[in-house]
Design a protein around this ligand. Structure first.
Ligand code: HPA
Length: 273
């Protein structure tokens, strides 16, 4: 496992003149446009990186971009891996671990999520300030990789308070406060969406939004000691009274609507790092 991580890292360094990124960014559904804002210096296909999983979801490209955003050196994962695709959790989080070995000091994550909080509107952004893990397993199960982090990582503050404050300040400067929320993200395995009773249950246990990603990567990042900022785009409304059959095209439309705001927010946070 560890040797795979080191081999993947060494390959990327060999293809990028040892580019040293300051921040890592995972582009979920709805943040694809951010890639266009990056002044790309190196572009590496996942398929060429030793031991890297390959993206199977059509809406996710499988590329690592190394370049500048807001004047800062960034590593952008264009395409992420989900447990429902059949990967192991170790595969799901491999890119996060490789970015850490490349040298990142912060991780910024985006995703699409269903809104459980009845106050949320379609295409709102939600800054994740805590999570509930309902995935059936997690990437730290098994022998601990002591070189990466401790056996029992603390999860008192999974989302970095300083990054959250920076994101809130950026939302204010950009005039986006009305559509920028804060809340708890619950991660479920998917790939089916939830039944009405399941949405009610997820709201009852304390979640504001539900999605199928992010938490495994955040667990791996916290194990590595990486501060995390994570942002959900609310792509469908799941509070009682709002519920209707989910149409994938509607999810992409809502993500597209939020994309300029999310891109501006992430760029502003990165620029200030
Ligand atoms: N449920 C789970 N995952 C999601 C949803 C949802 O309603 N919307 C976007 N991702």
């Amino acid at each position: 496992m560890l040797d795979h991580l080191h081999e993947a890292t060494a390959y990327i360094q060999s293809q990028s003149n040892s580019f040293l990124p300051q921040a890592g960014i995972i582009l979920g559904t709805g943040l694809g446009a951010l890639a266009k804002e990056v002044e790309v210096e190196y572009e590496i296909n996942y398929a060429d990186i030793p031991h890297f999983p390959l993206s199977t979801v059509e809406s996710h490209a499988g590329r690592l971009l190394l370049g500048r955003l807001g004047g800062k050196k960034v590593a952008v994962l264009q395409g992420r891996f989900h447990y429902y695709e059949g990967y192991t959790m170790q595969q799901v989080v491999m890119p996060v671990r490789v970015l850490k070995l490349l040298g990142i000091s912060q991780l910024l994550v985006s995703n699409a999520a269903g809104g459980l909080n009845p106050d949320f509107n379609l295409a709102d952004l939600m800054l994740i300030d805590d999570h509930i893990n309902l995935q059936p397993t997690n990437p730290l199960i098994g022998a601990n990789l002591d070189e990466l982090g401790p056996r029992f990582p603390d999860m008192f503050a999974p989302y970095d308070a300083d990054l959250l404050a920076r994101a809130e300040a950026a939302a204010q400067e950009l005039g986006q406060t009305a559509s920028t929320r804060r809340g708890v993200y619950v991660s479920v395995p998917g790939p089916m969406l939830e039944t009405p009773a399941e949405y009610r249950y997820l709201r009852t246990i304390g979640a504001d939004a539900v999605g199928m990603s992010t938490v495994p990567e955040v667990i791996a990042a916290r194990h590595l000691g990486l501060p995390v900022l994570a942002v959900s785009v609310i792509t469908d409304l799941c509070a009682p009274g709002h519920l209707k059959p989910v149409v994938l095209a509607d999810i992409f439309a809502a993500a597209g609507q939020a994309e300029p705001r999310l891109t501006a927010l992430i760029r502003a946070v990165v620029a200030g790092l």
